[in-house]
Design a protein around this ligand. Structure first.
Ligand code: ADP
Ligand code: MG
Length: 261
């Protein structure tokens, strides 16, 4: 049965999508069967996985409104398959922004994605969900399905402040909707060890959260930022780059972590 993880942080631009697509590709490279779900109407994780969001016939929107199953709506990019990093994509585009409003009216609205994943869970080792930069109904749907939340963070002064809201939301979801949910870990991303403040915040994180902080650190690396414009994760775009290698190491760490779950 698949282990299901949300990549969430209500801040924008902190590296959620970069983490999701590179972790997906890294896990695939290590032989894991992966489904990546894009829950952000911006569709960046879809595009960054080599899937053109404008050409999609069915997306996660149709799955949330129960007019399609995941088996019907999933696609994959041949480019990634050829690179030995293929994974399935349940894509998103602007249409998904409407789901927020439409779901307000329906039953079991926060459990829609969970039920859809259950139908395919035995086909995967990992399901990774890229969340939008908000604590909205879409993020709630993601949190309701997940065993764990991966929180990418930049080691900056305000990083810890934003974390409180996310931790409270996760506690609420845990108490009311999904007993399995836990923060699996904080992932330090865009890390630059030359900046003293980043080293300090990194130490603070470890003091505060102990082994909830992943061992792997993702460096700031321009190859990771360049990859999306080629429609591939950095792991595929430049496998030798430091950023790509860090994500493959992180994929290995995730495989070890789920053995203990
Ligand atoms: P989010 O999904 O949280 O909004 P993104 O993953 O889209 O964040 O990242 C925001 C920007 O930072 C993007 O332009 C991305 O390419 C860049 N970026 C993310 N991680 C790194 C990194 N480790 N090194 C350099 N640039 C990065
Ligand atoms: Mg994003």
């Amino acid at each position: 049965m698949a282990k299901i993880f949300c990549v969430a942080n209500q801040k924008g631009g902190v590296g959620k999508t970069t983490t999701t697509v590179n972790l997906a590709a890294g896990l695939a490279q290590l032989g894991q069967r992966v489904l990546m779900i894009d829950l952000d109407p911006q569709g960046n994780a879809t595009m960054g996985s080599g899937v053109d969001k404008r050409q999609l016939e069915l997306t996660v929107y149709d799955v949330l409104l129960e007019s399609a199953s995941i088996a019907e709506a999933r696609v994959s990019s041949q480019k990634l398959v050829d690179a030995g990093c293929g994974y399935h994509v349940l894509g998103a585009n602007r249409e998904l922004a409407g789901a927020e409003v439409e779901l307000v009216e329906v039953e079991r609205r926060e459990k829609r994605l969970r039920l859809a994943i259950e139908a395919v869970a035995d086909q995967y080792d990992f399901v990774l969900i890229d969340c939008p930069p908000s604590l909205s109904m879409l993020t709630l749907n993601g949190l309701c399905c997940a065993h764990g939340v991966i929180v990418p963070m930049q080691c900056e002064y305000f990083a810890l402040e934003g974390l409180t809201d996310l931790v409270n939301t996760i506690k609420q979801v845990h108490a009311n909707l999904n007993k399995e949910l836990a923060i699996i870990g904080l992932l330090r991303v865009m890390f630059d060890p030359r900046i003293t403040l980043q080293l300090q915040v990194s130490d603070q994180l470890k003091q505060h959260f102990g082994d909830k902080v992943f061992n792997t650190v993702i460096p700031r690396n321009v190859r990771l930022a360049e990859a999306p414009s080629y429609g591939v994760p950095g792991v595929v775009f430049d496998p030798a780059s430091r950023g790509a290698q860090a994500f493959v190491t992180f994929a290995g760490e995730m495989i070890e972590r789920i053995k203990a779950m």
